[in-house]
Write a protein that binds this ligand. Structure first.
Ligand SMILES: [Zn+2]
Ligand SMILES: [Zn+2]
Length: 249
């Protein structure tokens, strides 16, 4: 666990030091800006997730008219989490940034992404009566993928959020026990089947009966976060909330 905190701390310290000599640059296009983040032009290329969306899984409805309500999948009881929300739609400038964060070693983006997750948390904590959480749990990578990439980007943002909220990070509570084909090649139905029994909760006794927050980088169909939530519920964790950076819409 320490290595992620050290990495994060180093990123933040170096960034502060550089900020004295160099003004911040837009994370997408590199243009000089006043405060860290994105320039005004790049912000236009970012879509935040807005209502109307499903009040449970957070997926926006195709039409932007009407009010938020529960979607068909959630009525059927498929989703085992209490509520899921994402900050951005996964496309445009944010799509590029997340790709760079996951595959391009841009670990310094963790700070910006953690800030965005923190804002999302604050919104839902106050307006939806989200319970005070006992732990923040990142969605794990399989050992094989972790070796390939050397770091799990989701742990970095979960650690950033845990630090901002002063909530403990439990990064080893969910274990991926089955190698699964990449979700991107599968249909929505197959994705749920693919990951259904791929995760299990380990050493989670301290969290029995408590609410927790599961963090992921991108929600596509919701199959992965749902499988993780199911594994946590099976282990006796009472409520699982989900926050993600982005959602494919
Ligand atoms: Zn820009
Ligand atoms: Zn739903």
């Amino acid at each position: 666990m320490e290595i992620y905190f050290i990495l994060l701390f180093m990123c933040i310290s170096v960034k502060r030091l550089l900020g004295i000599f160099f003004p911040p640059a837009c994370l997408v296009c590199g243009r000089e800006i006043d405060s860290p983040g994105l320039c005004d032009d790049c912000k236009k290329n970012v879509t935040s997730i807005r209502p109307p969306f499903c009040t449970k899984c957070g997926r926006p409805f195709p039409s932007d008219r009407g009010v938020s309500h529960i979607c068909h999948d959630c009525i059927r009881g498929r989703n085992r989490f209490v509520m899921a929300r994402a900050v951005f739609e996964y496309r445009g400038a944010i799509g590029k940034l997340i790709q760079g964060f996951k595959f391009g070693d841009r670990v310094s983006l963790a700070s910006y992404f953690s800030d965005e997750l923190h804002k999302l948390y604050n919104t839902h904590h106050s307006t939806l009566g989200m319970a005070d959480i006992a732990a923040i749990i990142p969605v794990p990578l399989s050992d094989r993928r972790l070796k390939h990439r050397s770091y799990n980007q989701t742990v970095l943002i979960a650690a950033g959020l845990a630090g901002r909220l002063s909530v403990p990070l439990y990064q080893d509570v969910i274990e991926k026990i089955k190698e699964t084909p990449p979700q991107s090649r599968l249909s929505a139905e197959r994705r749920h089947e693919n990951v259904k029994h791929a995760y299990r909760a380990v050493d989670s006794h301290a969290l029995t009966g408590k609410p927790v927050l599961l963090v992921d980088d991108v929600i596509t169909t919701g199959a992965t976060v749902n499988a993780c939530a199911a594994a946590l519920r099976k282990a006796g964790i009472r409520q699982v909330y989900v926050l993600a950076l982005a959602m494919r819409v």
